[in-house]
Design a protein around this ligand. Structure first.
Ligand code: AMP
Ligand code: ZN
Length: 468
């Protein structure tokens, strides 16, 4: 099976050949932790989780290393910590730690509920400042950076191919990046590697005084630390293409004797909500946390994967409902026994067409069409083999539930009557039956059925499930 991936660096779909098949390495830019992550942030997490799973399937789980960092040094975090401290008489640095720890824990809980595997490493910027300082020192040493006014800046003119990823003319880059023009910069495009901190801002001792790293160097240092000078795949949202990824390339290549940072650069398209860009001011800002109150995580996952990762996507409630119904149809063909068998030997029963679709630049759209075809086979010519193939294909993209019937029930958390109401109706029906009022008992049963609730009588009592 040939894996082909679209490389933003070359603007082409290319055959993927790992640098070392015994250790396929991927880095994806993670969240800046100061607030709940929104459903747009969930897109790269889900997309690159599917790629991680596919790489594990193709090369073996123990041969893939996936790093997704946590950005816990950032001026937005500092500003939010000051806001959060308010008039309280506590050190702002304590508030800041509380904020980042809390947000990071929330983020990891959210993305786990969306069915994502934990990456191999989840490094935090605060734990890697010495590596950043070392990299900055190497850049100065090599003539690619200079200290000025308590800052250290990357000297863009020292790298002749600066801009090769985003391929923008210099003047456009300057306008696009809204670069800060400062008197101590040699060139307006020069970007910050290190900046001074006051007592209310986190800071670390460095050869250039107490200060903190810039955002771009955080990723270069963490990627280098875990994956080496050159690795296979670097991913993130398309908004990070410039300046973040361009600057990561410039720093890492200059600090590493010109060795490329990553062979393949991958970018997911942007997600908007009901036709509009998500923004706090429009009030259409949907956090993963809020969404999970109304929908199981797997529904958002299906919804995301229906759309090819490079295309822009529009998140809608109608789309979520359709995704929920699809998942309902797929899971409806599974049994717990089949799901457990697949879990024992993941990848053994998967459909070749399904893997082929994924291997074509992660074409999850056609992979899900194949899932639907497998569902139809399992529904119309039921066999254990058909069910195993369906289950294993779902497994490969993180959609196989641990508890099949529970997951099916969870798809309809508010099935037009809440659980207490159902329990009360069951009691009323039992009372009617005890009084031999069978007409009333049947009426209650049919009423529930009309709402999609099917009652099941057994010697141990009456239970219910969502009607299939
Ligand atoms: P941030 O915390 O803003 O740095 O974003 C974390 C990740 O989410 C990055 O890879 C961004 O590119 C990505 N991202 C942010 N907003 C969206 C969006 N609306 N659609 C898709 N990806 C996004
Ligand atoms: Zn990054």
């Amino acid at each position: 099976m040939t894996l082909r991936l679209y490389n933003t660096l070359t603007r082409r779909k290319e055959e993927f050949v790992p640098l070392d098949p015994a250790n396929v390495r991927m880095y994806v830019c993670g969240p800046t932790v100061y607030d709940y992550a929104h459903i747009g942030n969930a897109r790269p997490v889900i997309v690159f989780d599917v790629l991680f799973r596919l790489l594990r399937h193709l090369y073996g789980a123990e041969h893939v290393t996936y790093v997704r960092n946590i950005t816990d040094i950032d001026d937005k975090i500092n500003a939010r910590a000051l806001e959060r401290r308010g008039a309280r008489n506590v050190p702002v640095l304590d508030v800041l730690r509380e904020l980042t720890e809390e947000t990071q824990a929330q983020y990891l809980a959210d993305v786990t509920t969306l069915g994502n595997l934990p990456p191999t490493h989840t490094p935090r910027a605060t734990d890697h400042v010495p590596q950043m300082i070392a990299m900055i020192a190497a850049l100065i040493e090599g003539g690619h950076a200079y200290a000025a006014n308590g800052h250290v800046l990357f000297d863009v003119a020292s790298k002749s191919d600066y801009g090769k990823l985003s391929r923008r003319p210099l003047d456009e880059m300057i306008a696009g990046a809204r670069v800060e023009v400062a008197p101590y910069k040699k060139n307006p495009m020069d970007f910050v590697l290190w900046k001074p901190s006051d007592e209310n801002t986190p800071g670390w001792k460095s050869p250039w005084g107490r200060g903190r790293p810039g955002w771009h160097i955080e990723c270069s240092a963490m990627a280098g630390d875990y994956l080496g000078e050159t690795f296979d795949i670097h991913g993130g949202g398309i908004d990070l293409l410039f300046p973040h990824h361009e600057n990561e390339i410039a720093q890492s290549e200059c600090a590493h004797d010109g060795h490329p940072l990553a062979k393949v650069w991958m970018h997911n398209g942007f997600l908007q909500v009901e036709g509009e860009k998500m923004s706090k001011s429009l009030g259409n800002f949907v956090t993963i946390h809020d969404l999970l109150k109304d929908w199981p995580g797997d529904v958002l996952r299906v919804n995301m994967l229906k759309r090819h990762y490079r295309l822009p996507m529009d998140w809608t409630v109608i789309g979520m409902t359709e995704s929920r119904n699809l998942l309902f149809e797929w899971l409806g063909q599974l049994t717990q026994e089949v799901a457990d068998a697949v879990r024992l030997e993941p990848g053994r029963y998967v459909s070749a067409d399904f893997v082929e679709a994924l291997a074509d630049d992660l074409n999850t759209h056609s992979a899900l069409q194949e899932v639907h075809r497998l569902r139809n086979v399992a529904a119309h010519k039921p066999s254990r083999g058909a069910k195993l193939t369906l289950a294993d294909s779902l497994q490969l993209i993180g959609l196989l539930p641990f508890n099949v019937s529970q997951s099916i029930q969870d798809l309809f958390p508010n099935p037009s009557a809440d659980n207490n109401e159902i329990a009360r109706a069951i009691e009323a029906r039992n009372a009617a039956r005890a009084a031999k009022n069978f007409a009333e008992a049947d009426r209650i049963r049919d009423d529930l059925l009309a709402q999609g609730i099917q009652l099941k009588d057994s010697p141990s009592g009456t239970t219910w499930e969502v009607k299939r």
